[in-house]
Design a protein around this ligand. Sequence first.
Ligand code: MN
Length: 193
Amino acid sequence: MSKLLVELMGGEIGVESTFGVGSTFWFELGLGVAPELPADTTGSRAQGVDLDPAAAGARTLLYVEDNVANLKLVEQLLARRSNLRLLTASDGNLGVEIARREQPDVILMDINLPGINGIQALKLLQDLPLTRHIPVLAISANAMLGDVRKGLDAGFFEYLTKPINVREFMEAIDSALDVAEKRSQQSKGEPAR
Ligand code: MN
C-alpha cells in the first residue's frame, strides 16, 4: 500500500535491513526540488547511456552502491541534471577500478558494501595518483555521530546519511563538483617546472 501510494506520486520507497540490528525504511518524494526543471523530466534516464560523455561541460559522477533502490533513487535525482553522466559500481573494488579508468569528477560512496567497505575503497582511491584528487562523498545509513566523524576523519569530502535529504544531497553534489572543477583548473593552470 505504501509502495503504491509513493509510486503514484512519482516517488521511491525502500528498506535497508541488517539481521539482528534493525531496519531503515525510507521513501522520497519530489517535493520542492523542481523549480529549475522543466516539468516531467523525472524518470526514465538510463544510467550513462543517453548522454554524450564528450558533450561540452558534461561532468561524470560515479556512484558506488550495492542497494538497487538507492541506485534508482540517485539515478532519478541526478536525471534532473542533464549535463551529469552517472556511472555506477556495485562494490568497492569495482568502484576503484571504474574510478581509475573513467576519471569521474565526483564519487559518491556507500559505506556498507560487499567485499571492501566504503572507507577501505576511499583509502585505495587516496593512494592512487590517478584518483586521489577526486572528491568522494560518503552516503550511508550509518548515521550515528561516531560514524559520521569516522567518515570525515577518513577523508570523505562530505558524509551524507540515508534516507537522502534531496536538497542537502543536491547541494553536496554541487559543491563537490565545484571543488573538482577548481582542482582541475589549478592543475591545468600550474606552469610546468
Ligand atoms: Mn550498502
